[in-house]
Every structure is written in structure tokens, then in C-alpha cells.
Design a protein around this ligand. Sequence first.
Ligand code: CAA
Length: 380
Amino acid sequence: MNFQLTEEQILIQKTARAFADNELAPGVVERDDKKIWPREGVKQMGELGFMGMMVDPKWDGGGMDSISYTIAMEEISRVEASSGVVMSVNNSLVCYLLEKFGSDFLKEKYLKPLASGKKLGAFSLSEPQSGSDASNMRTIAKKEGDHYIISGTKNWVTNGINSNYVILFAVTEKGIGYKGVSCFIVEKGWDGLETGKPENKLGIRASDTCELYFDNVKVPVENLIGKEGEGFTIALVILDAGRIGIASQAIGIAQASLNASVSYSRERIQFGKPIAKNQANQFKIADMAMEIEAARLLIRQAAWKKDQKQNYGHIASMAKVYASEVAMRASTQCVQIHGGFGYMRESGIERLMRDAKITQIYEGTSEIQRIVIARELLKK
Ligand code: CAA
């Protein structure tokens, strides 16, 4: 067993760290406050090869391993979790899906521009009545000649506003549950596809989230991904991978909380000495560091197993539920260490706590992750 990062992984870490500190950090508090999408940052992430990191170079991707991806995701999210989720959705939920299940025609047409960062993708699964119960969807796709006619409403679509292409799940055969779900890729701008207004969120406010309305949208049959009825399995396979990305986002937030706690507690003087001299704060810092190390190991194990083509879904779920809980605890303690200053918007500290919360919810809640883990352990 070797815990040493490779030279390439170290280079990616350095590059992502420098980019996040130099390019993303300026303006991060304002973008959060005013809900400004990180347009320039996303463009630069594309130029750095961070938008399709694991995609085969023949489809214009970076050809990197999943551990490299977790490292870059962590570094970006350490500075701006909103940029982290834009990157995560494009890499894991869109590019990985197209590469694994798309036809060569779809890879040529959509994966190439998505993996090279020239275009941006969104993943549209949830609906008003179907969040955790994802297969219970109502969006319907009716085949008519060489098109599907798609109608329905999708919710909580990350990148919904700024994306060019949308991975869409819809029912092609009613009454047979998840076996009637199919997967498509749809272009923004097609007749009948309307974008809702940006949601006003607790955290990751610089990323965009919205509803998408499909009203008899005509989708060519070649934009079906996989076969009819395979959509729900495709979604679950892809979410297994996506959860590694969100776990990495969470650990980036936790690491930012630890870094800020260490530096502030060294500088802040109360009762004539730095607050770092108090065991109450030392123990908080020790717990943060211990949990971050453990979460990072779980994340890298899940990424490694994925690349080794081993069964990794339940490990990805463990990584996601644990890392997101670590992020919530670390960011809450970080605010506590910063006291009144940390509670103020301009400190940039309370943002960590608000950003951490979503990692316990999207791409499967902590409760759903525990179901996935338990099912794997209890299966015969
Ligand atoms: N990979 C492949 N197949 C899988 C699978 C996996 N990980 N998990 C289950 N399956 C198969 C099952 O074996 C079953 O097939 P068979 O009948 O042939 O055995 C089929 O898929 C259906 O599985 P279940 O009966 O287990 O389905 P379920 O309805 O009970 O749901 C669930 C399972 C795990 C709860 C799933 O619905 C789930 O993960 N829900 C959470 C949804 C979610 O994560 N949403 C995120 C939205 S996207 C997002 O958040 C993006 C963003 O904005 C950033």
C-alpha cells in the first residue's frame, strides 16, 4: 500500500491550489453575497483541463485518474465551493455519463466541447415530487418517428442556467417503475425548453440552481443515451461516481475551516494570550484535523477502487456521508472559534458553514447514503 501521491498528482494539486488562491479567492465573498456566477473562474478551469479531467484525451479530456480529480476538487472547493459544484457536475455527472454510456456520435458532438470546457453541462433528475425517490418521475418522453417529444418539470438543477447541454431523465414507458426511465441529452435553446429563475439558496450561492420546464421539446432519437429503460440504472451508476466529487467538495470546505481556525486562533488575543493557548480550541482543531484525514483517506480509497474497476458505490457513499458530516462539524467549530467576527458576512467564515450544509443533501442525502451502505452490507 502506498499513500504517496504521484508526481502528476502533486503537480495537479499545486496547479489547483495556486489557481484557487490567486484566481478564485478575489471576490469570493461578494460573489456569494450577490449570487454572482464565477464566469471567469469556470472559463479558466476549462483552460486548465479541470472540466473533463478523467475523460480520455481522444474525447478532448485530461486522461487523469480519479484521485487527481478528488485532489483538484478539494483545492477548488477549499476556496469556493460554488466553483467546486460547477466543476463536479460537469466532470462526474455529465462527462463521465457521456463517456460511459454515450454513442460515439454523442461523444463527438457533446463530450468533446464539454470535456474541454468550451461548453457546460447540467444533470436533470429530480422533480417536485421525486427527490430521494428518484425513479418516481413524471417527465414523459413519447417517441414520434425519429424524435421523442418531452414534457415535464425538473427541479434543483445545478448549472441549469449557465449550461449549454442538459442530461435529462424521462419516462418512456409508464407503469413499470424505474424500468420505464430513459436518459437523454438535450440542448438549451431548443423550442419548448424554458429555464426558471435562479433559486435563492442558503449556501453555494455563486452557483446557479433552477427549475427547467419542458413543453413538448423535440429531441432527436440519436440523443437517447443507452437504450430505452436503462436511464435509472445509468443515473445510479453515475451518482456513485458523483458522490466522490461531492465528498471532495466537502473536504475542501472542512480544510478551509481548519486552516482559518489555526491561523485565527494563533492571532486572536484574549485574556492576554492567543486563544490557541486554550485547550478548548486546541481540541476543536485536533478533532477537525483527525476527521479530515480520515475522510480524505475514504475519498481516495473510493476513487482508487473506481479506477481499479472494483465495486465502489458503497465506499463512495461512506466517503460522501462522512466527509459531508465532517465539513458540517468543522465549519461550525470554525465559526465558534472566530466568535462574533466569524458570524459576520464579510468575514467569509460563516459561508463555510452555509456551503457545507448542501453536501449532506445533494447527490443523495446522508440518509440515502446510509441506505446504499446498509444494502450492500446486508445483501445475500
Ligand atoms: N448501480 C447500478 N444499479 C443499481 C445501483 C447502483 N449503484 N443501485 C441500485 N441499482 C439497481 C438495483 O439493483 C435495481 O435493479 P434490479 O431490480 O435489476 O435489481 C434498480 O437499480 C433499482 O434499484 P432500487 O430498487 O434499489 O431503487 P430504489 O428506488 O429503491 O432507489 C436509491 C435506490 C439508492 C434510494 C436511489 O433512488 C437514490 O440514490 N436516490 C437518491 C437520488 C439522488 O442521489 N439524487 C441526486 C439528484 S442529482 C444532484 O443532486 C446533482 C446536483 O445538483 C449537484
